[in-house]
Design a protein around this ligand. Structure first.
Ligand SMILES: NC(=O)c1ccc[n+]([C@@H]2O[C@H](COP(=O)([O-])OP(=O)(O)OC[C@H]3O[C@@H](n4cnc5c(N)ncnc54)[C@H](OP(=O)(O)O)[C@@H]3O)[C@@H](O)[C@H]2O)c1
Length: 191
């Protein structure tokens, strides 16, 4: 965005130069001002392009990740390159209407929650941890914060874990409207 500008107005966008930005971040790391440097919202392609030119690989790629946006290909790619995947909006950001993924209301999540005596949020968070990423839930409510920490000393058995593959992945796909006609086209084959 243009220096000093506020908000996401299209006219405030400038050309990005990821290699130059990364070089500046590497300088911060080398100077000791940053203990680790990473990226956010990088696809496998963007990450691969960065790794080609980086002296210090990103420690982390923070991307949206939850049962309705499982990021399988990106997860595999990050793992193969030693970049930690950290999942933001791990509960599917309930309350936001634009994604309409309704993770916490999904029948599969609710079935598993009922069987295990856990809440849908705990099931979504545990799934993230079990698949190997970290999870970054946000809550302003003390009881829900505590609930979101209680996801470590129990597990989802394999037969229930397999059910996560039945969950349709979120998208902006429509056969007539918008830019994308298929999930593959929208996610560049990465879901
Ligand atoms: N890097 C990026 O581009 C990017 C983009 C988006 C978000 N993020 C980060 O990701 C983090 C979380 O994202 P998010 O807030 O969009 O999504 P989220 O954590 O999936 O959802 C937060 C919502 O879930 C509710 N909630 C929390 N715990 C719950 C529980 N146990 N049961 C039911 N509802 C629960 C919260 O309400 P209450 O507060 O009322 O509990 C809040 O409305 C934030 O730190 C955000 O900064 C990063």
């Amino acid at each position: 965005m243009k220096k000093g500008s506020e908000g996401f107005k299209p006219e405030n966008l400038i050309q990005s130069n990821i290699p130059a930005t990364w070089k500046a971040m590497e300088a911060l790391y080398d100077s000791g001002k940053a203990r680790a440097i990473g990226v956010s919202n990088f696809s496998s392609k963007k990450l691969a392009d960065l790794l080609e030119v980086a002296c210090i690989p990103p420690a982390v790629n923070q991307v949206e990740c939850h049962p309705s946006w499982q990021q399988d290909k990106l997860r595999e790619f990050c793992k193969s390159k030693g970049v930690h995947l950290s999942g933001f909006s791990p509960l599917g950001s309930p309350g936001t209407t634009w994604l309409k993924s309704d993770v916490l209301k999904h029948p599969v999540i609710n079935l598993i929650a009922e069987k295990l005596g856990k809440t849908p949020a705990q099931v979504a968070l545990h799934w993230g941890l079990k698949t190997g990423n970290s999870v970054l839930p946000k809550s302003t409510n003390e009881a829900r914060m505590k609930q979101n920490f209680d996801v470590f000393d129990w597990t989802i058995p394999e037969d229930l874990l397999a059910k996560f593959s039945e969950i349709q992945q979120a998208s902006f796909v429509h056969e007539t409207y918008g830019s994308y006609r298929s999930l593959e086209e929208f996610w560049d084959g990465e879901i």
